[in-house]
Design a protein. Structure first.
Length: 355
């Protein structure tokens, strides 16, 4: 009797062990996170194009995700240092992040070419972020992004790399180089990319002093459907552009109302958009003689948007000037100290020193 019981126990133990070994681990899969969604989709990423990726799971039908919707992919078998690099990048510790990504590239044992491409993109992305607040890194960032788009024309990161490249050209006032980049983005079949390209075209026109033409494009974007989160983001970017047009036309009161609308209604986590709205609202208040209110707008950028390096550097410069105007030399020195300490290679630090 005891022997039969022991045999049955051994039999079930073997079955359990076999089922565990035969069942694929939940960790043996790529993990995809979509923008605006905290859930993770498990499966194998395949059929990668500029437009989309396909995630094939063990159960259920394959899911096609537009490239513009991809927030993050944790690749099966990726080196641990990539996770560390992501944390450093999200906290603005860019030098440490680059070091970890480079470690990942050298220690990577995965044969997945998509993982290798992602590491290449991450390094280029960080240098682009650095370049927005450090003019000495702009050339390197542009070289890496140009190399990425040429060598990875079918990557789902393709349009994201073009966006970074176009923004760098815009920040450097290289409009003739920025325009074809955004035109290529506009050729995407995805509506969010088309809205983004139109907004960039309007921004270029505004920078060239063609305010009426720029405003017309922004109004066109505002009439486009904006149901999905990414489309809503482009909608508010266009609304911000419209406010900038009103400011350039010296319609300060109207512009401030629109800036306030963007700040109040844009997504809470879209700090890049909010930072620009506070910054340009500060400009508008300053130009209309409302100095103390302008200081408050600029302070929002300084205190609430520490990772928006280019805009924070500009806000700190304006604060150093306005505090001096208000006779507050202590805060003027504090602002200029932050600027030269945090962004010594920025155009605003150079302007402060008279270069």
């Amino acid at each position: 009797m005891k022997r039969n019981k022991l045999q049955r126990t051994s039999y079930f133990f073997v079955l359990i062990c076999f089922s565990i070994l035969a069942t694929p681990s939940i960790h043996a899969a790529d993990k995809v996170t979509r923008k605006g969604d905290t859930r993770t989709l498990l499966g194998k990423v395949q059929n990668v194009t500029r437009k989309s990726i396909t995630v094939k799971s063990k159960l259920g039908q394959p899911k096609i995700i537009p490239s513009s919707d991809v927030e993050k992919i944790i690749w099966d078998g990726e080196p641990v240092s990539i996770k560390q690099a992501r944390i450093y990048e999200s906290n603005g510790a860019f030098d440490k992040a680059i070091e970890k990504y480079k470690n990942a590239a050298s220690s990577n044992k995965s044969s997945n070419p998509l993982l290798k491409t992602d590491i290449q993109f991450f390094i280029a992305r960080i240098i682009a972020k650095q370049a927005m607040g450090d003019v000495t890194k702009q050339k390197s960032a542009i070289v890496k992004l140009e190399a990425f788009r040429k060598s990875n024309p079918t990557s789902f990161r393709f349009y994201e790399s073009l966006t970074l490249l176009g923004e760098l050209y815009l920040s450097n006032k290289q409009y003739d180089k920025a325009r074809p980049v955004f035109l290529q983005i506009g050729n995407s079949p995805l509506p969010v990319h088309q809205m983004q390209a139109k907004s960039a075209e309007a921004k270029i026109l505004l920078a060239k002093g063609k305010t009426t033409e720029a405003l017309a494009i922004y109004n066109t974007i505002l009439r486009m459907p904006a149901q999905k989160p990414l489309q809503k983001k482009q909608h508010f970017a266009a609304l911000l552009g419209k406010a900038n047009c009103l400011q350039k036309s010296k319609k300060y009161t109207e512009a401030i109302k629109v800036f306030e609308e963007v700040i109040a209604k844009a997504a809470e986590d879209d700090l890049a958009l909010k930072a620009e709205a506070w910054l340009r609202e500060g400009d508008t208040l300053r130009l209309s003689g409302r100095t103390k209110e302008a200081v408050l707008s600029y302070l929002h950028v300084d205190l609430l948007c520490p990772l928006q390096h280019a805009m924070r550097a500009e806000a700190l410069y304006q604060l150093s000037q306005l505090f001096e105007t208000l006779g507050d030399s202590t805060n003027a020195l504090r602002s200029s100290g932050k600027l030269t300490g945090d962004y010594p290679q920025s155009v605003w630090a150079k302007k402060l020193s008279g270069q």
